[in-house]
Design a protein around this ligand. Structure first.
Ligand SMILES: Nc1ncnc2c1ncn2[C@@H]1O[C@H](COP(=O)(O)OP(=O)(O)OP(=O)(O)O)[C@@H](O)[C@H]1O
Length: 433
């Protein structure tokens, strides 16, 4: 969905008096966090450096927003300059980057073999508890692959943070260019599915259905695109690794026919997976970077809000969403999953799990306000709405039962390309100034 621009001055909000230069020896990393409410400019003055696998260039200043947690690594040494208010900026030589680079080299070897034999490319699952750097390692491995001319696919199952779209979704993105150091991967053409909750726990059955669906879609893409097939995929999972969360990891490994499972920082998970996955799956334990920042519940919630805001207002809030009314008769809204019933109340032959993927019509009412709605790509109800990808999202800002309309914010103008909405548990309160 496209939107209208309103570019602001790049250096607004940066405290230009706060300047600090850092000289990094080879294999060192500069880590910093941007202070709340501040913005920070990073310049590469000399040498070479990369940010989560993307090479920095000298001709550009990189501006990071409030709360960003950044690591700039150098293989050969460099000089960097930070301008603006940073929290805890320090240089460290304690990084697992060489281990990650070796992992990349081994994966690349698998790609070469798959090319020679025309077999499926490597399918890598990255898992581990919360805040061990799973998304960062995924981004690093994707960037390194792209820098070698590969077209790897990022499969993002982290419904809590939303790597390829907003939180509450899962999706796939075939990457052709390294991530922008500030804005991340180019998200113009991701394939996104509605989940609706910020934890798989919200609807386990649906989560598993969507994982299987993504695996099928990725396999289909591999069938007609050899470059995608040989480049393989990196599957980023969420940090829920116990009980049903663990079962979801097994289900994911099986659905994607994972060859390699990278377990970050959890010996217990590593041993469990080694025991439960077939022998041909290479389960590898790797350390987390000491730089990875642990996030509180509030920080996660703020990050989710920021991600959603970014969807409607663009990176650095350079766009404005469109606001318009939709009449009740124009669209149909559904929720996925009926309330759980005791077994004795279920119709004969129906399993409890079936209710979790049932479409339940939602009558538009005042309680829709602030909810995010996913616009399904389905053209008719004959299609399976649960397993159909979505075109985009709107947030409901008002409901007027008298006029029989509800107002939305949308990154794209009218008309809506489709008529079926799926409602999320997630809400977004628009307080953009
Ligand atoms: N080496 C590093 N130095 C400084 N910050 C880092 C480093 N690696 C990652 N981070 C930051 O730490 C935070 C958490 O990392 P990341 O999102 O990769 O963890 P995760 O395990 O995927 O988290 P989640 O459990 O939410 O899925 C991110 O803000 C990231 O930018």
């Amino acid at each position: 969905m496209a939107a209208t621009t309103n570019v602001k001055s790049e250096e607004k909000g940066i405290d230009l008096k706060e300047v600090c230069d850092y000289k990094l020896a080879k294999d060192n990393e500069l880590r910093f966090e941007v202070e709340t409410g501040a913005r920070v400019k990073l310049d590469l003055i000399d040498g070479s450096a990369e940010l989560f696998g993307t090479e920095l260039v000298r001709s550009r200043s990189y501006i990071f927003e409030s709360g960003a947690k950044i690591a700039v690594f150098t293989w050969f040494g460099c000089s960097l300059r930070l301008t603006g208010k940073v929290e805890a900026a320090y240089v460290s030589k304690d990084t697992p980057m060489v281990i990650y680079l070796n992992t990349h080299a081994a994966i690349e070897q698998m790609r070469k073999v798959s090319e020679q034999k025309d077999t499926l490319g490597p399918r890598i699952l990255v898992c581990g508890p919360q805040d061990v750097g799973k998304s960062t390692v995924g981004r690093l491995l994707i960037n390194y692959a792209v820098r070698l001319g590969r077209k790897p696919t990022l499969i993002d199952l982290d419904v809590g943070q939303g790597g390829v779209s907003i939180p509450g979704t899962v999706g796939a993105l075939t990457v052709e260019r390294p991530a922008d150091p500030v804005d991340g991967f180019d998200l113009k053409v991701p394939l996104v599915y509605h989940f609706g909750h910020t934890s798989p726990n919200g609807n386990i059955k649906l989560y598993e259905v969507l994982i299987s669906r993504l695996a099928d879609v990725f396999n289909a893409k591999c069938d007609f695109n050899k470059q995608v097939k040989h480049s393989g995929c990196i599957v980023n999972t969420c940090g829920w690794v116990k009980g049903q969360g663990y079962q979801c990891i097994l289900h994911t490994a099986q659905s994607f026919e994972a060859d390699v499972v990278l377990v970050l920082d959890s010996e217990r998970l590593y041993n469990d997976l080694k025991r439960d996955l077939p022998d041909f799956v290479n389960v590898i334990l790797q350390p987390k970077s000491p730089g990875v920042v642990e996030r509180t519940r509030e920080m996660r919630r703020d990050a989710r809000e920021e991600k959603t805001k970014e969807y409607f207002y663009g990176p650095r809030k350079i766009y404005f969403p469109h606001a318009f009314d939709i009449s009740f008769s124009e669209v149909q809204i559904f929720k996925i999953g009926a309330p759980a019933l005791p077994d004795s109340c279920l119709p004969l032959g129906m399993e409890k799990e079936d209710t979790q993927t049932k479409l339940v019509p939602v009558a538009p009412g005042i309680d829709l306000v602030h909810h995010i709605l996913s616009l399904s790509m389905a053209e008719s109800l004959e299609e399976n709405l649960v397993e159909t990808n979505v075109a985009g999202f709107v947030v409901v800002t008002n409901v007027d039962p008298e006029r029989q309309v509800f107002s939305v914010l949308s990154p794209a103008p009218r008309p809506l390309p489709r008529n079926y909405f799926l409602i999320m548990d997630l809400r977004f309160i628009d307080i953009h100034k």
